[in-house]
Design a protein around this ligand. Structure first.
Ligand code: NAI
Length: 342
């Protein structure tokens, strides 16, 4: 279940349609920031899901054309567009999953934290609307810095009296997708089989791939561990530099976010075998938020998988301790921001 993505799954179901009928499309998904670099391909990928009955595309501009374009694909979901603050509430009515890729991306030389000032306010405003209009939805936050924007969202939801920690997720799927790809390349493994849990947070050294927990089991030299860990941590920057000012990862991010949406929909649909890494409220460490593998169910996080943190290598243990101060500071920064606003 971990390696499933929405596209191969949809194709597989078509091929086997005689003995494995299409699941009924019945879920509503809203994308806030749908006209952006991530929003557009993400909307397209979610339009391909057989589980989606309605796709609500919201942005502050340029979303009409995106919706008109995507609506011509002959898949079940109805596509509706919503532009600007006056249509935000309507875009969220009765939705099951809200995905938030709204905000500015990095340019070369920037850290994710450099985005804080702009994106923190955007996330706060959008989450206030989520709290007012669909407090029971799964909320997927993509806007960076995820390490801080998720704590901001939690505080806003608490202020509104509707916080459900089991349904608020920072999307870190791209770190897993990258880790799987790089490890498969390096070790010459069949890509579809590889799964590397990635824990911690979603910025620099807070991204900690647990290579010793790679499935199927594979051995790494110390040099390979060092090289792969650093590459996975800096993979976002690799894309930012290659795009040379034109933005950050959008296509691979859309792929990863679509996988996380599809997993959430399968969990909502009663599939009892859905596991994903994501950044959630957690008691796994002393930090209030931490990314790890979780089991997803109808009510959101059913279980935080603690076993991944057992039996770590010395390298992983050192890296885990090293990431905690930075992650803690990012969490505090988010919480302080949310409190300053009230
Ligand atoms: P983009 O600039 O191409 O698109 C952002 C979209 O958000 C634009 O269409 C813009 O109009 C919209 N927007 C701005 N303010 C808004 C508001 N108040 N309400 C609704 N929409 C609003 O940026 P891109 O490349 O799509 O990146 C979006 C965010 O995703 C960035 O913060 C980026 O850092 C983050 N990101 C996160 C990743 C992750 O792994 N979690 C990976 C890659 C990017």
């Amino acid at each position: 279940a971990l390696r499933d993505s929405c596209i191969p799954k949809a194709e597989q179901q078509n091929e086997n349609s005689s003995n494995n009928p299409q699941p009924e499309a019945s879920y509503k998904v809203a994308i806030l920031g749908a006209a952006g670099g991530i929003g557009q391909p993400l909307s397209l990928l979610i339009k391909m899901s057989p589980l989606v009955s309605a796709l609500h595309l919201y942005d502050i501009a340029n979303v009409k054309g995106v919706a008109a374009d995507i609506s011509h694909c002959n898949t079940p979901s109805q596509v509706l567009d919503f532009t600007g603050a006056s249509e935000l509430a309507d875009s969220l009515k009765d939705v099951d999953v809200v995905v938030i890729p709204a905000g500015v991306p990095r340019k070369p030389g920037m850290t994710r934290d450099d985005l804080f000032n702009i994106n923190a306010s955007i996330v706060r405003t959008l989450i206030e609307a989520v709290a007012d209009n669909c407090p029971d939805a799964f909320v997927h936050i993509i806007s960076n810095p995820v390490n801080s924007t998720v704590p901001i969202a939690a505080e806003v939801l608490k202020q509104k009296g509707v916080y459900n920690p089991k349904k608020l997720f920072g999307v870190t799927t791209l770190d897993v997708v990258r880790a799987n790809t790089f490890v498969a390349e390096k070790k010459n493994l069949k890509l579809i089989d590889v799964n590397v849990p990635v824990v911690g947070g979603h910025a620099g050294i807070t991204i900690l791939p647990l290579l010793s927990k790679t499935k199927p089991w594979v051995s790494f030299t110390d040099e390979e561990v060092q090289e792969l860990t650093v590459r996975i941590q800096n993979a976002g920057t690799e894309v930012v530099e290659a795009k040379a000012g034109a933005g950050s990862a959008t296509l691979s991010m859309a792929y990863a976010a679509a996988r996380f949406v599809e997993s959430s929909l399968r969990a909502l649909d009663g599939d009892g075998d859905v596991y994903e890494c994501c950044y959630v409220q957690s008691e796994l460490t002393e930090l209030p938020f931490f990314a790890s593998r979780v089991k997803l169910g109808r009510k959101g996080v059913e279980e935080v998988i603690s076993s991944d943190l057992h039996g770590l290598t010395a390298y992983e243990l050192t890296a885990l301790e090293a990431l905690k101060p930075e992650l803690e500071a990012s969490i505090e920064k988010g919480i302080m921001f949310a409190h300053k606003q009230t």
